[in-house]
Design a protein around this ligand. Structure first.
Ligand code: PLP
Length: 484
């Protein structure tokens, strides 16, 4: 890595109030980060259009992350002793069951949860929220959901339950006063009309905006409601604390995914109060999650986490999340946050002053993502050029957050209708999109430098420069390289 000290000093000057990394970048990365990942994954090389091989720069970490090397090794070892969970008496079964059960306690500690919360495994955040929404739908009342949610924290609720949608400010931020007004409006209505649950993202997938989840929790509790925080874009970067059950700001439910926190082994997690799950009939039922069925088909149930853990679980996925947690805790989440914030601040400051680049955030609440566009370009073309010519992975699209994208891009109701009509005919080309660079702990200032230079060059070349080399599909809008 070159010139890291100078870059670090520049970053600090750039924004004094941001929590920036005060340690030596080189030694943090060389001594602590590098060893956490395989060499093959960190120095993965890709062929670019000019035939050269370059180190792949991964700036698509909001989607998913590279696994910790130790997990690969650990899961491999665990496979040697793999046996059935909660079913056998053989030693292998005992070992796997012990590790699987222990992972729940590690997860509880990680989010500052009381022992009164169950840890329910799912395959990802989407499945965790679908599970929660299915159970919540059986309780009287309405779900309050914001309009900046990822589809995974919107569709499970609106397809199962009565929902009140909270419209955020034009920039996507949350007003506590407005949310309180919604609670007030519903307060004295019949129970079925009251707000039973407020669900909100911990961090936006496209802007990184972090709604004030703890204040929102206190607000929801004041009106007798619970809060659900989708923290899958937050937990790998910053501490999430469910807090004691009697703390007015405590988070009742949280959900997150292993694959976004360096553990892509097919597991997600839902945490919530024991009493909620014990009073809800499991939404999936079959082998392993009930103790007995009588001759008359009367089902006896468990009043433990097992009731909501049907079939043979993905033990390796649960164990991998727990192991990832131990590695993250070893590094320290405040150090991770500061390191990543430094990279993001550095990149943001330079991108924002690059001619032709429009960054869609103000920069006063930077997290781990930067959404942007280049004047005159379709974002999907920029992402394709970055991949093909620079070996840099980002993502362009709507990120399953259609309303937030419409806000960022000022899409009118008429345009919305037009897009919807086109989509009905199979044309997805004009669905609004932006480009997102999202960071993880293995990114370096060199990665940022390469990315910023690439963007500056693309903006300087301009759209017409690329027209002979790329072609867009009329229906899908996808850009591909022209065969030469
Ligand atoms: C805020 C948010 N919620 C939910 C999801 C869905 O996560 P998963 O694909 O792991 O189910 C994502 C994915 O990007 C997300 O960013």
């Amino acid at each position: 890595m070159t010139d890291i000290f100078t870059l670090g000093a520049k970053i600090k000057q750039a924004n004094a109030q941001l929590q920036l990394f005060t340690e030596n970048f080189d030694s943090f990365w060389d001594k602590e980060i590098k060893q956490l990942f395989t060499d093959e994954s960190l120095s993965f090389r890709v062929k670019t259009l000019n035939g050269n091989y370059v180190k792949y720069v991964n700036l698509d970490n909001g989607a998913t992350t590279t696994p910790f090397a130790a997990l690969k090794q650990y899961v491999d070892e665990m496979l040697d002793t793999y046996g059935s969970v909660h079913r056998g008496s053989g030693q292998k079964s005992v070992i796997t069951t012990r590790e699987y059960d222990a992972s729940r306690n590690i997860i509880r500690d990680f989010v500052g949860s009381s022992p009164q919360n169950y840890v329910i495994f799912a395959k990802n955040t989407t499945e965790a929220i679908n599970g929660a929404a299915t159970l919540w739908a059986k309780k009287p009342g309405k779900i309050l959901v914001s309009d900046i949610e990822h589809s995974s924290n919107l569709l499970p609720w609106i397809t199962r339950d009565e929902v009140v949608q909270y419209k955020t400010q034009p920039d996507g931020s949350v007003s506590l006063t407005e949310i309180e007004n919604i609670f007030k409006t519903h307060q004295n209505r019949p129970q079925a009309e009251q707000i039973k649950l407020l669900t909100i993202t911990g961090a936006s997938t496209i802007t990184g905006y972090r709604p004030p989840i703890y204040e929102l929790a206190a607000l929801a509790h004041r009106y007798g409601a619970k809060i659900f925080a989708d923290v899958c874009q937050l937990i790998q970067h910053e501490r999430v604390d469910m807090r004691p059950d009697d703390d007015p700001c405590h988070l009742d439910f949280v959900a997150f995914s292993g694959h976004k926190m360096y553990a892509p082994y097919g597991t997600g997690v839902l945490l919530g109060p024991k009493e909620f799950f014990d009073s809800s009939y499991p939404y999936q039922i079959g082998g392993g999650n009930l103790p007995y069925i009588t001759r008359n088909l009367e089902i006896k149930r468990f009043y433990t986490e097992r009731a909501h853990d049907p079939g043979t679980p993905n033990a390796m996925g649960a164990i991998a999340i727990a192991k990832a947690i131990q590695i993250i805790e070893g590094l320290g989440r405040s150090r991770i946050a500061q390191y990543e914030h430094s990279l993001v601040e550095f990149t943001f400051t330079r991108l924002a002053s690059t001619p032709g680049v429009k960054v869609h955030i103000a920069g006063d609440n930077l997290a781990h993502v930067i959404p942007f566009d280049i004047d005159g370009f379709d974002g999907r073309l920029v992402a394709e050029i970055l991949a093909q010519e620079y070996g840099i992975g980002v993502r362009a699209g709507a990120f399953c957050t259609y309303e937030y994208i419409r806000k960022l891009k000022n899409i009118s109701d008429e345009q919305d209708l037009e897009i919807a009509n086109e989509v009905d005919k199979g044309i997805t080309r004009n669905i609004p999109s932006i480009i997102r660079a999202s960071f993880a702990v293995y990114n370096t200032l060199e990665d940022c430098d390469r990315f910023i230079s690439a963007i500056a060059q693309i903006a300087k070349n301009g759209f017409d420069y690329y027209l002979p080399y790329y072609t867009q599909d009329d229906t899908t809008g996808v850009w591909t390289v022209v065969d030469r």
